[in-house]
Design a protein around this ligand. Sequence first.
Ligand SMILES: [Zn+2]
Length: 85
Amino acid sequence: MADDRPLRGERRSEPRCPDCGVTGMEHIISRESIERSRARQPWFSVVHCDACGHVYDVISKHVFTIEAPPRFTLPRQSESSSGER
Ligand SMILES: [Zn+2]
């Protein structure tokens, strides 16, 4: 296991907390909101540092629930299928 790659201070794969300086994914914890929608889905989840509590990001989960799948209408296909008979 020879790792010759020099460490350039920061490793990209290891996120670092800007507040307390702790590094590593294991220190980044996501917590779901206590309040939930009727579908028992958490409204959002908070991504925070487990060492100091610094909040990295708030992900609104509810958005994903509302978001409808993209509708693709292929004009050619629908035209030919409706026109050809
Ligand atoms: Zn921190």
